[in-house]
Design a protein around this ligand. Structure first.
Ligand SMILES: NC(=O)c1ccc[n+]([C@@H]2O[C@H](COP(=O)([O-])OP(=O)(O)OC[C@H]3O[C@@H](n4cnc5c(N)ncnc54)[C@H](OP(=O)(O)O)[C@@H]3O)[C@@H](O)[C@H]2O)c1
Length: 198
């Protein structure tokens, strides 16, 4: 799934982001797609793209959940009318073992999530999704289980109150489940600092 050698990567020095973006804009011009967006962009990269682009990105898909709330990004995207999609909104529990750190916290077992869930007679997964929807983000939980798929869809009508939102806001720890370290393999032109601009 991931690059293994230096030549498996495309360096941004060889194909700058704006060059890729121009190719996507050409797809819009040809009627091949209506909307184009980006993924894993920082505010710095979004801002640079918006300044150079003819068509601004409609979407940025990033990791978002109570342990990585990214409020600066949320504000930036609201101000600039860019929709945010929250990936791994449930904590991505079935990532391959090689992408997990030992002792990493789980979201679904968090006591706050469990308390809010039992207060509303819902599941912790539904609380996590309702939290994302309350922040006006798109949530894309993955499930292969029919009952959990139903539960996840039903999270759309769960309304969290201001106390729930305040309790969950306090859980932010700026931590990623998908930390991008596979971008730092042998021979990679990327560093995590440059990837996330952090
Ligand atoms: N753009 C990117 O760089 C990027 C990176 C990572 C992920 N993504 C995308 O984001 C989407 C979701 O992220 P993800 O798969 O990493 O993680 P996720 O949706 O946060 O978590 C998936 C895990 O949660 C379980 N689950 C689903 N619904 C549940 C519920 N109601 N209660 C308890 N457990 C539940 C699933 O198990 P079951 O299947 O057994 O229900 C699975 O183990 C995927 O479409 C993925 O492709 C994008």
């Amino acid at each position: 799934m991931f690059p293994r050698r230096g030549e498996d990567y495309i360096a941004l020095g060889d194909i700058p982001i704006i060059e890729t973006w121009k190719a996507l804009e050409a797809c819009v011009a040809k009627g091949l797609t209506r909307n184009i967006g980006v993924c894993n962009f920082s505010i710095k990269k979004l801002d640079a793209l918006c300044r150079q682009a003819s068509i601004r990105p409609v979407m940025n898909q990033i990791e978002l959940h109570p342990y990585l709330q990214q409020r600066g990004m949320l504000d930036y995207c609201r101000t600039n009318t860019i929709q945010l999609t929250a990936y791994s909104p449930l904590g991505s529990g079935d990532r391959p073992a090689g992408m997990k750190k030992s002792g990493e916290p789980t979201l679904l077992d968090n006591p706050v999530m469990q308390r809010v869930a039992s207060k509303h007679g819902r599941t912790p997964g539904q609380v996590l999704l309702a939290w994302g929807l309350c922040r006006e983000t798109v949530v894309i939980p993955k499930s292969v289980n029919p009952e959990r798929l139903r539960q996840n869809l039903a999270a759309a009508d769960l309304v969290l109150d201001p106390q729930d939102m305040a309790d969950i806001a306090a859980l932010d720890r700026g931590s990623r489940f998908v930390d991008g370290s596979f971008f730092e393999g042998p021979g990679s032109p990327y560093t995590l600092g440059a990837l996330w601009d952090e």
